[in-house]
Ligand binder design. Structure first.
Ligand code: PGA
Length: 264
């Protein structure tokens, strides 16, 4: 056994919303007008939102309290002739301290493979940006029962060169590709055992003490109706939420419920 329920409870819970290619400036304004009204102070829950690059400044300006504002992607290059890219230096300059890296949609549409994700993670960390690193298997790999092998290979490549002192600044999101935006989630047994497995791989890289501090999220078709049962699972430290994070009412409700749950 890698960790205990007690260990699970010593880590904060993370509720992160990925807004993908949604929300223009007026939508962001409306979101925070609603969200800020319903927001409660949370002590054990870290929460945040990832708008597009163009929405980052507005979101950072409008958010109240503890919400973190994350970028959805970043270049693996620091500067140079790379048209269309944004570097970790520029994110830092902009006051952004968190960035999703390796989301399956950036892998699919922008061609980021694990080697590129590794470079992004390293450049983020050396610029004090905390990466939220997405990993997960395809439906074919799932059906072929290759999930653990795929996760191990992804983690090996992505964490190459990440020092133990940097590892605790990384958040990992286990997002099976077949669960993203499909309304289908793995079973609770699968989620808990795979998040536990990820932690076991991290123990093999960094030892128990560091691995037990690392945050492991589940993502893929999480919503206000299923989140509480997922978040209660051993080794699941929170969720990365896509579609359901677009609603201020739902997100405020989720954060409130998780916060109450952590205190019981
Ligand atoms: P979903 O997206 O919640 O809409 O399935 C999750 C994600 O892409 O991170």
């Amino acid at each position: 056994m890698v960790s205990t329920i007690q260990d699970n409870m010593t880590r904060k819970k993370y509720i992160l919303g990925n807004w993908k290619l949604y929300k223009n400036l007026s939508d962001i304004t409306a979101f925070f007008a609603d969200f800020n009204k319903q927001q409660t102070k949370t002590s054990n829950v870290v929460y945040g939102f990832a708008p597009t690059y163009l929405g980052l400044a507005l979101a950072a300006n409008l958010k109240k309290g503890q919400a973190i504002i994350m970028a959805q992607d970043v270049s693996d290059k620091l500067e140079g002739s790379y048209t269309g890219q944004i570097s970790p230096i520029q994110l830092k300059d902009f006051g952004i301290k968190h960035c999703i890296v390796g989301h399956s949609e950036t892998r699919k549409f922008l061609g980021a493979n694990d080697e590129v994700v590794n470079k992004k993670v390293l450049t983020c960390l050396s610029n004090k940006i905390k990466p939220i690193i997405c990993i997960g298997e395809s439906l074919t790999q799932y059906k072929r029962k290759q999930t653990r092998h795929v996760l191990t290979q992804q983690l090996k490549t992505i964490f190459a060169g990440v020092k133990p002192t940097q590892a605790t600044n990384c958040v990992i999101a286990y997002e099976p590709l077949w669960a993203i935006g499909t309304g289908i989630t793995p079973t609770h047994e699968e989620i808990t055992s795979l998040c536990g497995y990820i932690r076991k791989v991290l123990v093999s890289f960094y030892g128990k003490k560091i691995a037990e501090q690392m945050i492991i999220l589940y993502g893929g078709s999480v919503n206000k109706d299923n989140i509480m049962s997922i978040i209660a699972l051993k080794d699941v430290d929170g969720c990365l939420i896509g579609k359901a994070s677009l609603s201020a009412v739902d997100m405020a409700k989720i954060i409130k419920e998780v916060n109450i749950w952590t205190r019981n």
